[in-house]
Design a protein around this ligand. Structure first.
Ligand code: AHG
Ligand code: MN
Ligand code: MN
Length: 355
């Protein structure tokens, strides 16, 4: 029991209900928490829940869906539809946004979400998550696709749930980033991580290095320098992590610092990045900035981007302030033709492996 500790509901009443549509926003975030509890219970059943393996279906991104992708999407859609607090929803797992129609009641917000992030990890029992972003809905009428295409800086609230050894809900309404841990027996989210601050410096980087041959030179330079460690220009050793669940990587960065990169690459020229702007990059960018970190494409602040499509992809570089700033500087130097690519001494003129 956590008597005397702050529940999510109490936190929302104290911190959210006073602002514009605040009481509705607080109620909507309680709905998000309800969907998250349902998904936490489903994912914790693992193979016993019969929701492992893959489906025949492919989503609008061309990705094969997992049963839990679909079940998690349904959990969010049903919760929002019954809740009366949103006018429409858009999701990674739905081709088009979905307007709330009678007999259901429309509310003042739009909810955009990635119902299950890192779903390739499900069958290996590695942490997965959900990501959500709340926007204002148009004042009148049924929302149109264009109504969802708001820059990230207009988000009213955003956050993620992490289904790990513990289930956590981390969110921001623009006044800091706060983390709540699910007390499973009681069913309450308890404020365990108030005012999270990402350390400005880090010795840890996260990137899928199997894509190295497709990276741009500033990213290659940055990662080469990290890998060179004490013997390179950074003069200290770095550690590397790659979980392939963005939620788990971002949470680690919130807890102890780090930089996460899914940068622009040339793997598929039609896709300027892997991650989606509206329901991955924007909400995570908001959470990270509110915790004192940075979120950039390498060339622009993520939250400044003007979206053009619901499922648009963008390069994502986020985390500890000084490291993200450094990599943004490397992009600027590269674009200006003034960069100095790192050359490993092992391969240089007098190097060990010089061909
Ligand atoms: P999703 O499961 O929602 O499609 O997202 C997976 C994302 C993200 O969580 C992760 O950082 C990245 O894809 C992993 O991509 P790779 O498999 O290319 O490493
Ligand atoms: Mn995802
Ligand atoms: Mn997903």
């Amino acid at each position: 029991m956590h008597l005397g500790r702050k529940t999510l509901s109490k936190f929302l009443i104290e911190n959210v209900s006073g602002s514009r549509d605040g009481a509705s926003l607080a109620a909507l975030l309680v709905d998000v928490a309800a969907a998250v509890k349902a998904i936490a219970a489903l994912s914790a059943k693992g193979a016993l829940g019969g929701a492992t393996g893959s489906l025949e279906s492919v989503n609008v991104q061309g990705e094969t869906q997992k049963p839990l992708d679909v079940l998690s999407n349904t959990a969010f859609v049903n919760t929002f539809q019954m809740g009366g607090l949103v006018a429409g929803v858009a999701s990674e797992e739905m081709d088009e946004p979905f307007p709330i129609r009678a007999p259901y009641v429309r509310g003042p917000f739009l909810a955009v979400f990635d119902p299950l992030d890192g779903s390739s990890n499900i069958d290996a029992n590695v942490s997965v998550g959900s990501i959500f972003s709340i926007l204002h809905a148009p004042e009148q009428g049924e929302p149109q696709t264009a109504d969802y295409l708001q820059p990230g800086q207009h988000q009213v609230a955003a956050g993620y749930a992490l289904y790990g050894p513990a289930t956590l809900l981390v969110l921001t309404v623009g006044r800091g980033t706060h983390g709540f841990t699910l007390d499973r027996e009681v069913g309450n989210f308890i404020l365990t991580h108030p005012n999270i601050q990402i350390p400005a410096d880090t010795g840890e980087f996260a990137i899928n290095t199997s894509n190295e041959r497709f990276w741009e030179p500033p990213v290659t330079r940055y990662v080469s320098e990290c890998k060179a460690g004490k013997t390179g220009p950074r003069e200290r050793d770095f550690n590397m992590r790659w979980i392939a669940s963005m939620v788990a990587e971002v949470h680690r960065i919130l807890m102890r610092g780090g930089i996460f990169m899914y940068p622009r690459d040339t793997k598929d020229p039609g896709k300027p990045g892997r991650l989606r702007l509206l329901y991955e990059a924007n909400p995570m960018g908001f959470v990270v900035e509110q915790a004192g970190g940075r979120a950039s494409t390498g060339r622009e602040r993520i939250l400044d981007l003007a979206p053009t499509q619901v499922h648009q992809r963008v390069p994502v570089i986020l985390g500890s302030r000084n490291e993200v700033d450094r990599l943004v500087r490397y992009h600027a130097e590269y674009d200006a033709g003034t960069d100095k690519p790192y050359e490993s001494p092992l391969f240089s003129e007098r190097g060990l492996y010089r061909p």
